[in-house]
Write a protein that binds this ligand. Structure first.
Ligand SMILES: *[C@@H]1O[C@H](CO)[C@@H](O)[C@H](O)[C@H]1NC(C)=O
Ligand SMILES: *[C@@H]1O[C@H](CO)[C@@H](O)[C@H](O)[C@H]1NC(C)=O
Ligand SMILES: *[C@@H]1O[C@H](CO)[C@@H](O)[C@H](O)[C@H]1NC(C)=O
Ligand SMILES: *[C@@H]1O[C@H](CO)[C@@H](O)[C@H](O)[C@H]1NC(C)=O
Length: 533
């Protein structure tokens, strides 16, 4: 833990170093990264320290330790919270207890003493609760439940943040987060949560643009995004809701969601623009994150996806390691295969209606984020984003790390089209026609890949009895592969040039990766999104 006594007493910065062990049961770490899937803060109640998920997508606090919270004042009011599409929920009664979190002691904080939990991380993973970092509302959550129960909801049902802000009336009503990325070249194990102060490492964030929540009356961390781009080409995002200004989409910045969730057509448009990527519909292959469907985009493991999102005209690049994940799976032939999947998945009903997308941890790792409930200059709540990812460095980093991941991973790697044929028994092709990206190079590569995949790869490679019939096709395949390599090389150079031109703060110098590879460790717990919106 990086905690300097030289900092002012009210300075509430917590950093934790998750080096080799990253032991989820070590109570001394305050902010923890569980395999890039969940981020938690240590909350102490009585003698107990509980790792609670940091969730900007909800407001209430709930606790579910194995052996109970211990003594607390029971209001007798029961309350239930449903998340995501609704099948996941917690249920229990609202209690009041003295607790401390992020260096603050809070008297009589309201929380839900969980008695029923469904579809969510049970305590077994080392995560035994959740703290909402969203907005108080008299018409929702614990506050409303208490009011409905005849108690003073606004007074005793405040969120953890409101409790802390009210205790520090001379300080700003904001918090700021930096989320670490395990498994990159820096293996950045540092994460920080600061309440009413900035992490000194990123103090410059206070001078950056204040991006107002959208709509301005929204009691949630939703922003209006301009768009997204893949390999430098913008991906059209047709307006979903008539209320959304043309050319924009509404995103919820949600630390309780592991990845990025978008409507299926947007996901398909994104990965269609990636050279050599193939879509497996309703597949037996598996996504690395929760998805509303079983469609899986298989991406060549060594292909860095250059992806950025734009807010207020400013692009924020994502680290390519946040766009694809390496998986292994035993095929129908009994052989273990390794393959890479796109990490942006289908949000289903979560991404229809008022929210077009959930930008979870795989976006938030790339920015230092200030979440302000408003101040004396800007009454509307706002967010400030400070980019933490340099395109050039992260592309270098990706090449190095992915190579190590592949070397360390068991299994055979085969062409995505061949893999999909093997697992699902269907022929797939990279549908160049549906490629919506306007840049010429990715789509021409897509056409090339399409030509390659139009050939029945499995038949070509599997049928040795009639070599003469296939020899030209095989030569064609080799030529196509060579061309893909050349095109990728050209794309690589393009990225390099763009990376050099890119603006933004200088990043920590490139350092060799340690051999330990956290990103290969798949968490045992589900990563369903936590969003009650
Ligand atoms: C939650 O608990 C309350 C009281 O214990 C009960 O009335 C309610 O039906 C429960 N909700 C669910 C979804 O089980
Ligand atoms: C809190 O929840 C635990 C676990 O469900 C239960 O055993 C305990 O009785 C509850 N405490 C109160 C005061 O309701
Ligand atoms: C997806 O595949 C499963 C079997 O693996 C099948 O039961 C289901 O109906 C399919 N869903 C769709 C939408 O095709
Ligand atoms: C706004 O609040 C800050 C402290 O939070 C204070 O320094 C500043 O003077 C205030 N500005 C106005 C215009 O009141």
């Amino acid at each position: 833990m990086l905690f300097s006594a030289a900092l002012p007493a009210v300075f509430l910065l917590f950093s934790a170093l998750f080096v080799a062990a990253n032991d989820p049961n070590d109570p001394d770490d305050d902010i923890r990264n569980f395999n890039n899937v969940r981020y938690t803060a240590a909350l102490t109640v009585g003698e107990k320290t509980i790792n609670v998920i940091l969730d900007t997508g909800s407001t209430d606090l709930w606790l579910n330790p194995y052996d109970g919270v211990g003594w607390f004042e029971d209001t007798g009011v029961s309350h239930e919270i449903r998340y995501g599409e609704g099948a996941t929920f917690i249920n229990g009664t609202i209690g009041l207890a003295d607790m401390s979190i992020a260096g603050h002691d809070i008297h009589h904080q309201a929380f839900i003493n969980v008695s029923q939990i469904a579809g969510l991380d049970a305590c077994g993973s080392g995560i035994c609760g959740l703290v909402g970092l969203g907005f108080d509302s008299p018409t929702a959550g614990i506050e409303k439940a208490l009011t409905d129960g005849g108690l003073d909801g606004p007074k005793i049902g405040k969120s953890v943040l409101s409790s802390i802000f009210d205790m520090n009336p001379d300080k700003g009503r904001f918090f700021a987060l930096s989320l670490s990325r395990l498994g990159d070249a820096k293996d950045t194990a540092e994460a920080s949560l600061s309440i009413a102060e900035y992490d000194p490492l990123y103090a410059g964030v206070q001078w950056l643009a204040k991006r107002l929540v959208y709509p301005p009356t929204a009691k949630s961390w939703r922003l209006l995004a301009d768009g997204i781009s893949v390999n430098g080409a913008s991906v059209p995002w047709p307006a979903v809701s008539a209320a959304t200004p043309a050319g924009h989409h509404v995103v919820l910045l949600d630390t309780g969601t592991t990845n990025i969730l978008v409507p299926a057509p947007i996901r398909d448009a994104i990965f269609s623009a990636v050279p050599g990527a193939f879509l497996a519909k309703n597949s037996t292959l598996r996504n690395s994150h929760w998805s509303a469907d079983r469609d899986v985009w298989v991406v060549p493991c060594d292909t860095p996806v250059s992806f950025s999102v734009t807010f207020g005209g400013q692009p924020y690049p994502l680290h390519p390691l946040d766009l694809t994940d390496l998986r292994t799976q035993v095929g129908p032939d009994g052989t273990t295969y390794k393959y890479c999947v796109g990490s942006i998945t289908n949000g289903g009903t979560i991404t229809t209606g008022g929210t077009d997308a959930l930008y979870g941890d795989s976006f938030l790792r790339n920015v230092y984020t200030v979440f302000s409930f408003g101040d004396n200059t800007t009454a509307t709540p706002y967010v400030q984003l400070m980019s933490q990812t340099n395109e050039w460095e992260s592309t270098q980093d990706f090449a190095h790390v992915r190579q190590q991941q592949l070397a360390a991973s068991p299994g055979t790697e085969i062409h995505p089209a061949e893999l999909i044929h093997l697992f699902d028994g269907v022929e797939v092709w990279h549908d160049a026609a549906s490629t919506t990206a306007s840049s010429s190079s990715p789509s021409s590569t897509a056409k090339l890949a399409g030509n390659l995949a139009d050939v029945d790869v499995a038949a070509v490679l599997g049928d040795a009895t009639t070599p003469s019939k296939y020899v030209f096709i095989i030569i064609g395949l080799l030529a196509a592969n060579l061309l893909i390599v050349l095109v990728l090389a050209v794309l690589g150079v393009t990225n390099l040039v763009r990376g050099r031109r890119s603006v933004g703060p200088t990043r920590v110098a490139y350092m060799p990766t340690r051999t330990k590879d956290d990103s290969l460790m798949r968490s045992s717990f589900e990563d369903r999104p936590y969003s009650d919106k």
